[in-house]
Design a binder for this molecule. Structure first.
Ligand code: COA
Length: 326
């Protein structure tokens, strides 16, 4: 059976850095609280006019350059985002125009923080079924524009950024071994951005009620995330008959260091086989896994033949994993 393979990676984060100490001047919080509870020290902030497609464009260029490809070589663009430029057209269509990728179909995937891994399963399916030959998959987010800067329980957690990969049919035995996607709408109220859709269209009342900002029941989300991710990573390896000791690197969604450590512990993985960068970027939602993957590739933390697992958890609820032989 045809396999799909990630042939290149790229990422981009905006220049502006917002540290925990900067946040101490905005809300009642401290560097100590944020770092101890989350593992975050700083995050990046998009410039006022920078949009999800702008960040996606920079990450995409880096991934295309790394593969030695031109935008016209792409036949599909998938963008995973919960902070799109607009409700429609899709951020993927706007990105297609910016890149000049005139031969590519383009659409968005919304699975909140799991969006990139969901998108990877879409890219994999298109390649395996020969419906596409060269897919650009991007996770791009500008959460800074949807944060309530008076709500210390959310505004300290998120950051902006984008990561991209090019996916093609695999040659040899390397490539995506399996992807796994799950959802449970029962917990839709744990993380949401309720305003601006057809349930709460923009109105004075909805603005007053701050419905256009992200809402999260952090503590409840935390508990579900730990339980769900522990099972997810174990199941992903079991389904493929791979032992944790064979896993060279786990690349988790970068939401909270305590969640990441609990997941690694469940697998018996030492932290030097877990990639983390949330200290620098905070939670960049759908961009977090591809930014981490790009950094891992560019710093040679992944070598040819390595088993690598990606995993993510987010609003929906959604959760997803991918096992890759690099
Ligand atoms: N600074 C200082 N104190 C804060 C604070 C902040 N930024 N945010 C919350 N607090 C306070 C709370 O008000 C609460 O005070 P109280 O005990 O007087 O009521 C106390 O800290 C504990 O809050 P709690 O929400 O129970 O903390 P926590 O240990 O659960 O940590 C999160 C909060 C958000 C860091 C954590 O729950 C989390 O990471 N959740 C999951 C996020 C996630 O994975 N999302 C999914 C992917 S998007």
């Amino acid at each position: 059976m045809l396999r799909a393979r990630i042939v290149s990676t790229g990422s981009y984060v905006p220049e502006k850095i917002l540290t925990n100490h900067d946040l101490e001047k905005i809300v009642d919080t401290s560097d100590e609280w944020i770092f101890e509870r989350t593992g975050i020290r700083q995050r990046r902030m998009a410039a006022p006019k920078q949009t999800a497609s702008d960040l996606a464009y920079e990450a995409s260029k880096a991934a295309l350059d790394a593969a030695g490809l031109k935008p016209s070589n792409l036949d599909l663009i998938v963008v995973a985002t919960s902070t799109p430029d607009m409700l429609f057209p899709s951020t993927a269509c706007i990105l297609q125009e910016k890149l000049g990728a005139k031969n590519a179909a383009a659409f968005d995937v919304n699975a909140a923080c799991s969006g990139f891994v969901y998108g990877l399963s879409v890219a994999e399916a298109y390649i395996k079924s020969s419906l596409a030959e060269r897919v650009l998959l991007v996770g791009s987010e500008v959460f800074s524009k949807f944060l309530d800067w008076e709500d210390r329980t959310t505004c300290v957690l998120f950051g902006d950024g984008a990561g991209a990969v090019v996916v093609e049919p695999a040659k040899g035995d390397s490539g995506i071994i399996s992807t796994h996607i799950y959802s449970d709408g029962k917990h839709q109220d744990l993380i949401m951005l309720p305003g601006g859709g057809s349930k709460y269209p923009p109105s004075e009342e909805s603005l007053k009620k701050k419905r256009h900002y992200i809402k999260m029941k952090g503590n409840e989300t935390f508990k579900v995330a730990v339980k769900t991710l522990e099972k997810l990573v174990v199941d992903t390896l079991k389904k493929n008959n791979i032992k944790p000791s064979q896993l060279a690197l786990l690349i988790p969604h970068q939401a909270n260091m305590r969640i990441i450590k609990a997941t690694a512990k469940r697998l018996g993985l030492p932290m030097d086989r877990v990639f983390t960068n949330l200290e620098k970027y905070g939670n960049t939602s759908a961009a977090s896994v591809p930014i981490a993957l790009d950094e891992a590739v560019r710093t040679q933390r992944i070598k040819k033949g390595d088993y690598v697992m990606l995993e993510a958890f987010g609003g929906g609820l959604t959760w997803a994993s991918a096992l890759i032989k690099w």
